[in-house]
Design a protein around this ligand. Sequence first.
Ligand code: SF4
Ligand code: SF4
Length: 427
Amino acid sequence: MKQSFIRFSRPWMHYDRVRELPKPPETIPMGAEAVFWIPGDLSDLDADWLKVGDKVRTGQKLTLHPDAGGYALSSVTGRVQRIEKRMGDYGRSYVQVTVAVEPVDRWDEAFSAAADTPDLATIAEWLACAPGAPDVSVFMNAEQPIQRLVVNGVDQDLMIRTRNYTLQTEMASITEGIRILKEAAGLEEVVLVVPRDSLQNFGHIGAKPAAVASHYPAGHPHLIMKSVLGRVVPEGTTPEQFGVAFMGVEAVASVGKAFRKRRPPLQKTLTLVRKDEARLLVSTRLGTPIRHVFAAAGITVADRDRIIFGGPLTGSAMYSEDQPVLPDTDAIIVQDSAGVYRPSDNPCINCGECVRICPVNVPVNMLVRFLEAGQYEEAAEQYDLLSCIDCGLCSFVCASRIPIGQFIRLGKHELELIHSAEEEVHD
Ligand code: SF4
Ligand code: SF4
């Protein structure tokens, strides 16, 4: 973190700077069991469609019933061992399917048959759970046409190298992914955004390269909209409302790779941060339980140590080592209990650090008072709750160790519930 001597200017934190080609990730082979999370509830499960004892193939779609929209992609061949209920963040329901892994892959060929038509429907139907989680639903909304795609090559948080590595090693797949998405969605322009330090000669990739500052959170979509596209996204609106969609570079590479190889990619690259803060890039199949990742990397998790999915500023703590590697798991951090940041219930002392560091000028010191009091609508109306881009910097610098980021996330979630309840009443 850099701050000027007189401390009136904003402190800066830099993304990882990877100037030379990074070492290839260490490959962690799949263990005895693979775990997949399908969105939905156990009550949605058709017991004749998916049950314990069923055989699954590598690349096969797992759904709760024949017409279900949500799915997971099996990254292994094996037999279903257990089907259980799981709860994600903010009460989201999943059905967890555990598969006993067989040593030899037998591929499901259904995607291969669909790969002749690389359109949006095929991508949505087959690749939403590929590494990077390509989400093309934004291009399928006729009421909100998209003209421009921003391929984001900037990692989502500090200490993460997944996108940076993809950018440096997967250019053929990225180029193919850009071509497919451009044609399928009828886009006028694709922009590839990278941190200024890693701007290189990208050649003919079918996208206009653009660089953003290398300090966090310059790679956030709202800040890219302003610095690269010259458009401010007002409070409570999204880039899609201005005809711009964002997709991570790993997701675009997944699209390109899938159609080139006629198989959905199932290998996920992620940054593993050990207790001594050493970072290593690893590559493992989607659905690998993190317990297995830790064992292979020589990490022992003790009572009260903390496991974080995502980066240090925006990640979420996990409560179980049975958690699988998911399509959007770009980083896993393991913190020793001795170094774990413990939030407090100390009052705000108005030091102003949060206000100084906020990249979108939210009056955080006032906002947090309303959030602590559960006054979410007032927080949105008077103190810019919906302008917040969830960068997590205010929590990091808070002198009173108030978990501001968590209050903000909870506040936004509660507001959503309030608004959807109001819409239901109106309907
Ligand atoms: S999390 Fe929100 S309020 Fe806090 S610094 Fe980031 S943008 Fe500002
Ligand atoms: S950093 Fe924490 S203590 Fe300082 S003004 Fe912000 S909320 Fe208050």
